[in-house]
Write a protein that binds this ligand. Structure first.
Ligand SMILES: [Zn+2]
Length: 223
């Protein structure tokens, strides 16, 4: 905790002062260009991996970068997404999973979650992910199944997003482009789902969105 207090001191004393004009502008309003949903894992830092500044990204984090389906009710995720899509009109939405995700380990091995019933219940929002891994990677090693769960879960959660009327409307109107990303902690590599190869490929400037652009349709997904 001591380190954090020191950090806040440095932020108030030097960092904030250096960017005075930026923070003065942000004090009155926000107009983020991107919604970024990722895992709560401490090793994933959205601003660091995208090199963005305060005000640029509207960030939502939870265990497993999950979007509950509409039947789950007015969850924090649905409310946060709806606010950003309907009122802030963010044009781009990224769902970003990551390597060695503990939540995905839990999805693959619910028997390990007996002592954490809330985690167990929460991760049921990702149960289709486990089904897809079991179906397509039945004989694979644990390591391969784990990474497959990370990748497939990003696509599953985007499928859940699509079920929300506010998101569906925005996608159909072409005012919301959706992107599926996976971040590798060890190498620093960020890969995006490519609608041509149907694989997660190292990201580059020509990587296209899954939705909201002519490039992607659900039929092109790997399941
Ligand atoms: Zn995680």
């Amino acid at each position: 905790m001591h380190d954090l207090i020191e950090g806040v001191g440095r932020f108030m004393g030097t960092v904030h002062a250096k960017e005075k004009a930026l923070f003065e502008r942000l004090a009155h309003s926000q107009s983020p260009t991107t919604f970024f949903l990722t895992c709560s894992d401490s090793r994933v830092d959205p601003s660091l991996i995208t090199q963005t500044e305060p005000g640029e990204m509207f960030v939502l984090r939870n265990a497993g970068n999950i979007i509950p389906r509409p039947e789950a009710g007015a969850t924090g995720e649905a409310a946060t997404l709806e606010y950003a899509v309907e009122l802030l009109r963010v044009p781009d939405l990224i769902v970003c999973g990551h390597s060695n995700c503990g939540a995905m380990q839990g999805v693959l091995h619910p028997e390990k979650l007996l002592s954490v019933p809330n985690v167990d219940r929460w991760l049921r929002h990702a149960s289709p992910t486990r089904g897809l891994v079991d179906k397509n990677f039945a004989a694979a090693t644990e390591e391969v199944r784990w990474l497959a769960a990370v990748e497939l879960n990003v696509l599953v959660q985007i499928e859940h997003l699509r079920l929300h009327p506010f998101a569906r409307r925005a996608m159909d109107a072409g005012r919301l482009a959706v992107h599926a990303w996976v971040y590798d902690i060890g190498s620093g590599e960020v890969r995006a789902f490519d609608t041509s190869s149907h694989r997660f490929e190292r990201i580059n400037e020509t990587t296209r969105a899954l939705e909201g652009s002519p490039a992607g349709t659900p039929a092109e997904w790997p399941f």
